[in-house]
Each structure stands twice: as C-alpha cells, then as structure tokens.
Design a protein. Structure first.
Length: 95
C-alpha cells in the first residue's frame, strides 16, 4: 500500500494527493497499530486460559471480560480498513 501510494504521488495534485497520503497513514495507524496494541494482547490472554478446566461461571466471566473490548477494537479496525479501501478506490478512479 505504501509503495502504491508512492507511485501515485507524482500523478496526483491537491486534495487527491492529500488523500493518497492519508489512506496509508489511516491504515497503518488505525488498523495495524490497533491490532498489535489491542487485539493481539487480548488474543494472547485468551490463549493462556485453560478452557477445558474452567467451569461455566469462569467461562462466562472470561468471555464478559474479553469480548466487549475485542469487539470494540475489531469494529474500529474493520471501519478504518473499509474507509482506507474506499479512499484508494476513489483515488484509483481519478488516475
């Protein structure tokens, strides 16, 4: 994505050029960093649980602790990745 932005940079002017800079930044900061900072640590904590040895109450508690935060960050990542894709498609159409 960054390479494509670099190649398209010389062909665009004004607002499209700014959007071309914004799209990879949005993806890297909004999708990749949130993945590494939020979702991966939550997944690692989940993997450490001994699910087979846990009772129903402990499983429910673990899920209630894990799921809302994971879903929040996953929805954010999906929205930002979609926005990035739309921006890049609009820019591709302008080339």
């Amino acid at each position: 994505m960054v390479a494509a932005a670099g190649l398209g940079f010389a062909q665009l002017q004004g607002t499209p050029r700014l959007l071309l800079i914004l799209a990879p930044l949005l993806y890297i900061l909004g999708v990749q960093i949130s993945t590494f900072a939020s979702n991966v640590p939550l997944n690692n904590k989940l993997q450490m649980l001994q699910v087979d040895a846990m009772g129903e109450t402990a499983l429910k508690s673990a899920r209630l602790h894990f799921e809302p935060r994971w879903n929040h960050w996953n929805v954010n990542r999906a929205l930002l990745a979609s926005l990035t894709s739309v921006l890049l498609m609009v820019l591709l159409y302008q080339l």
